[in-house]
Design a protein around this ligand. Structure first.
Ligand code: FAD
Length: 504
């Protein structure tokens, strides 16, 4: 069904229950999305997953697996896509355009930046190579934990002045989580957001590290961590492999693709334009301004360009790369008595070198993720590895099975923090990468910080750019060599110092 702009506005307001918001934005409400209804953009979760071919174009290096999908057939949906109603493609860039800000990359970072800019009245074009959510944002573990990639409270306290550490911790914890909640409420979408998170110690010596972490957070004004012993933990997680844990009332979980689609819905409602199936080839400075070049036309930016392409950032840098990409994996079981395994319904991270993370998800399934590899593992190797981990954590499952699994790519910096940059010049370029397999909530918060910087609201983004990074020339070629070497060195360290928390 195709709708004109007026119908779209009316039905969007009625459907979303945000008529107050829409009435406050009379002049610039919706982008022209021919043939796409508001209801089709607003994410709706299904009670359980289905099995169907994916409609997301994904990077050729990564894959989705489903136990009933033919090996040579179309690639199946991952569990996140399979638990959402159909979502439209927005169409390729229809020729040359001009706007205030061009955002490149339709993941959580790009969509959040685009949404906040559009809400501030900027004319924004969002360009995505494949589909919204094709990258890590539609493929992650859905655990939302505080911190800035690998920078926890202690690292912030060690590297920054007390005021700066305090501010950065708040930004990367409470503010990030609250923003996720605010956006879901503002646009009235469901994304299975739940509060509370467990970090479980796999060695008695790791309890000391968890206490230290709780103390460092308290020093930064955060008293959300509670330390518990193994008996209390066993009331929450029916596994006897842990020695205690911290319970974090700030952390939690979310259906990341529902969150992302919900923000994209908000962006369209606020007048934003999305073009997918459109890879950006280069960004050029011309006498007429900064121009983003694609095979289907160009987009001229009057005010700024935001590069939100995660591990693909290096393709846009002539030098000064700071990250190495790596592969990582998630699986979902068929329905099982998952609430008997996780009676407190809290997601879990552990403290081992190659962490296990898991949580109960809708349809009474267990979502379980882990590993970081320099080369892409096959579905068979990943499934064997994750099944072995599930059996280790929950031996009472006897013969667990997987129904979905998939791979994804993230990237790491040498110091473990994200690398955030803003170029000089009349039309600044913003970029953020180096997520280290973390960042579901922080991408959303940093997207807002980019918007606030462009609109002159505050200097949150400048705070992020002050973190210094070492260069890693040709980082994208280093993964297959560097990742196993680093992991090998860390394994040895952990072997000789098992009480020390060493994580990849
Ligand atoms: C398997 C896995 C598990 C994870 N688990 C967790 C977790 O449990 N908790 C957590 O906090 N974090 C987790 N993460 C990390 C988290 O997903 C990322 O930090 C976050 O999604 C990064 O968002 P982004 O928008 O920067 O990047 P992405 O979501 O990767 O989006 C980048 C987008 O840019 C597009 N793009 C690339 N090149 C171009 C181009 N030339 N032109 C146009 N578009 C382009 C891509 O197609 C993609 O859609 C995980 C990551 C992975 C891979």
């Amino acid at each position: 069904m195709s709708m004109n702009r007026r119908d779209f506005i009316t039905s969007t307001a009625a459907l979303s229950g945000v008529s107050l918001l829409t009435s406050l934005l009379p002049t610039k409400l919706l982008a022209d999305v021919p043939g796409i209804s508001a209801a089709a953009i607003k994410p709706e979760l299904l009670s359980d997953a289905r099995m169907a071919p994916t409609r997301l174009g994904i990077d050729s290096r990564i894959w989705n697996w489903h136990k009933n999908a033919a090996h040579s057939g179309p690639m199946p949906m991952n569990w996140y896509e399979a638990t959402l109603t159909e979502w439209p493609s927005f169409g390729k860039l229809p020729g040359d355009q001009t706007c205030d800000v061009v955002v490149i990359g339709g993941g959580l970072l790009g969509v959040s930046a685009a949404l906040h800019l559009a809400e501030s009245g900027r004319d924004v074009v969002l360009i995505e190579k494949d589909n919204i959510g094709s990258g890590a944002s539609g493929r992650n573990g859905g655990q939302i934990t505080p911190g800035l990639a690998r920078w926890e409270a202690e690292t912030m306290a060690d590297n920054l002045s007390p005021d700066e550490a305090n501010r950065l911790w708040r930004f990367a914890s409470v503010e990030a989580m609250e923003l996720v909640d605010e956006l879901a409420a503002r646009y009235d979408f469901t994304c299975d957001r739940k509060r509370g998170h467990i970090t479980a110690a796999v060695h008695p010596g790791h309890m000391g590290v968890l206490v230290k972490n709780a103390d460092a957070r308290r020093q930064l004004g955060d008293s959300a961590l509670r330390i518990i012993g193994s008996h209390e933990l066993q009331e929450m997680v029916k596994s006897d492999i842990y020695h205690g844990a911290t319970i974090d009332s700030i952390g939690g979980q979310v259906h990341p693709l529902a969150l992302l689609r919900g923000m994209a819905y908000g962006f369209c409602q606020s007048g934003g334009r999305i073009y997918d199936g459109t890879a950006v080839k280069t960004i050029q400075d011309t006498p007429q301004g900064t121009v983003v070049v694609t095979d289907f036309g160009t987009v001229k930016a009057r005010e700024a360009v935001v590069l939100a392409v995660h591990y693909a950032t290096e393709e846009f840098l002539s030098n000064g790369n700071t990250t190495v990409p790596f592969y990582t994996y998630v699986a979902v079981t068929p329905p099982l008595p998952v609430h008997e395994l996780l009676p407190a319904d809290l997601p879990v991270y552990d403290t081992q070198l190659q962490i296990d993370y898991y949580r109960a998800v809708r349809g009474n399934r267990l979502l379980f993720g882990g590993q970081g590899t320099g080369n892409s593992w096959s579905p068979r190797d990943v499934n064997n590895y994750l099944l072995e981990r599930i059996r280790t954590v929950f031996p009472q499952l006897h013969n667990p099975e997987l129904e979905y699994s998939w791979s994804g790519i993230s990237d790491i910096t040498l110091n473990g923090a994200i690398d955030a940059r803003k170029s000089d010049g009349q039309i600044p370029r913003y970029l953020v990468h180096g997520w280290s397999g973390h960042g579901v909530a922080q991408t959303v918060r940093i997207g807002k910080a980019i918007s606030d910087d462009i609109t002159g609201r505050n200097d949150d983004f400048t705070m992020l750019t002050r973190i210094e990074h070492d260069e890693i020339p040709l980082g994208k070629y280093l993964g297959p060599v560097a990742i196993p070497l680093v992991k090998g060195a860390l394994s040895l360290k952990s072997l000789f110092n098992p009480a020390e928390v060493v994580s990849f």
